[in-house]
Design a protein around this ligand. Structure first.
Ligand SMILES: NC(=O)c1ccc[n+]([C@@H]2O[C@H](COP(=O)([O-])OP(=O)(O)OC[C@H]3O[C@@H](n4cnc5c(N)ncnc54)[C@H](OP(=O)(O)O)[C@@H]3O)[C@@H](O)[C@H]2O)c1
Length: 407
């Protein structure tokens, strides 16, 4: 149960529409700042964590804006976009379990993150770019997606805001259409935001960590995705299946079964089998798995893995943050086998979002390995954030929990 407070009295849905700041530049030229001629409002809406809980502020300064001085208390200077940063007008944000860890663990009053805005994942339109942005790569009007780094979010910069200043190295252009079977159909912002965000990039990292040298070499590999109906698992199942692997996915609900099947996986319902590890030994004891990808965090599944994972197989986990992860890391990876470690290779990953992973998601969408972006229920409106976080915090979301931030 989440106990985030929600100060509804602070919500005003109007954006201030006084005269827009003049654009600094209207043409695109390398080593010059580029800025859209579109009107930028002097302030934006953004969610912030305050002493009253999560609060939707109607008058958040635009990123890059100089703070108002005593003599200009009501006016904002236009944003200054430096280096290789892009100024984005956000259309969608997607939520991740790590948002909740940060909201719970790091209070709003810490000096380095006063009144922070949550959220890692974003999809939005480029409205301005700094002087070092490669204009062959990005220009005003492009729709891009990605995930902020942990440092950004710890410091209080989050994607649940109408405008976001982000390094161009953290983004990829949203493909216009899907490749593969879904070929030609439009990729919408609500589908793309989770794929290119933390979940999609983590799925890419998990697949890469398996060490299979080419897409073709995945053909026939036997894989289990534990937690296959969640944000990460639903994308990973598609990637593995798209590359030709045989994929089984665990879930404990009828909606989850439907989703795993949609992603190309065969269902293992963990509620129908107690313990599920005994069922895995029955299913795979004769013909063992090459890889187990754990998105749900099961120590038992690793400890019992010799019964269903090949000797040279790998168990790749993402569950357990840097602190909780210390115990499984020491127990499952560092401890010698003669002291009781399970004799199977164990990897515990921590995603650092970046160019390599975000652009690999783009390739996988364009080449048809990922065929859909699964959104849990419907898209939530900006004002519904607290309910959306409650849904995510239930641990039962199917696919990604997505927020519509703007047009
Ligand atoms: N290390 C990293 O860099 C990294 C990156 C991203 C995420 N993570 C972590 O990875 C985990 C998954 O993230 P996510 O975004 O995919 O979470 P999520 O979307 O909230 O996952 C929810 C899903 O988990 C399934 N689930 C819950 N308990 C399960 C169990 N015991 N067995 C199988 N499935 C179960 C639920 O399906 P049913 O209702 O059908 O059971 C639900 O569909 C989280 O712990 C997150 O913090 C780590």
């Amino acid at each position: 149960m989440i106990t985030l407070q929600f100060n509804i009295t602070n919500i005003h849905n109007t954006i201030h529409t006084t005269s827009p700041p003049s654009p600094t530049q209207s043409t695109v030229a390398q080593h010059q700042p580029i800025m859209a001629t579109s009107d930028l409002p002097p302030k934006m809406r953004a969610w912030t964590l305050t002493s009253a809980g999560l609060t939707l502020s109607p008058s958040h300064p635009l990123p890059g804006s100089a703070p108002p001085t005593a003599s200009s208390a009501t006016t904002q200077s236009p944003p200054t976009i430096t280096g290789n940063n892009l100024l984005l007008k956000i259309t969608h944000a997607a939520l991740n379990p790590v948002d909740l860890h940060i909201l719970r663990l790091f209070p709003h009053w810490l000096p380095f993150r006063r009144n922070p805005t949550p959220g890692f994942d974003f999809c939005g339109r480029v409205v301005g770019a700094g002087p070092d942005v490669d204009t062959n790569e990005f220009t005003v009007g492009d729709v891009v997606c990605g995930a902020l780094g942990a440092g950004d979010v710890f410091w209080g910069k989050g994607s649940l805001a109408e405008y976001l200043l982000v390094s161009s190295s953290l983004v990829a252009k949203k493909p216009k259409t899907w490749g593969g079977l879904n070929g030609g159909n439009e990729v919408s912002g609500e589908e793309a935001v989770g794929l290119f965000g933390i979940a999609g990039q983590t799925a890419v990292l998990m697949a890469q960590t398996a060490g299979v040298s080419s897409d073709a070499d995945w053909k026939g590999k036997r894989c289990l995705v534990n937690g296959a109906s969640g944000g990460v698992g639903s994308i990973l199942t598609q990637i593995l299946k798209g590359k030709g692997a045989e994929v089984w996915g665990t879930t404990g609900s009828a909606e989850g079964e439907e989703l795993v099947t949609q992603c190309g996986g065969k269902v293992v319902n963990y509620k129908d089998h107690h313990p599920v590890t005994a069922h895995l030994a029955e299913l795979f004891g004769e013909d063992k798995l090459d890889f187990i990808f754990d998105c749900a965090g099961s120590q038992d599944m690793f400890s019992q893995s010799p019964g269903y994972l090949k000797k040279e197989g790998k168990f790749i986990s993402i569950a357990g943050g840097p602190s909780q992860g210390v115990v499984p890391y020491v127990k499952n990876k560092l401890r010698p086998v003669w002291l009781g470690r399970t004799p199977r290779e164990f990897e515990l990953l921590l995603l650092i979002p970046g160019k390599k992973t975000v652009r690999e998601v783009g390739r996988l969408v364009e080449e048809g390995f990922i065929e859909r972006g699964l959104v849990d229920g419907g898209v939530w409106e900006m004002e519904e954030l607290v309910k959306a976080y409650e849904r995510l915090g239930s641990g039962r979301a199917k696919g990604k929990v997505v927020i519509r931030v703007g047009e």
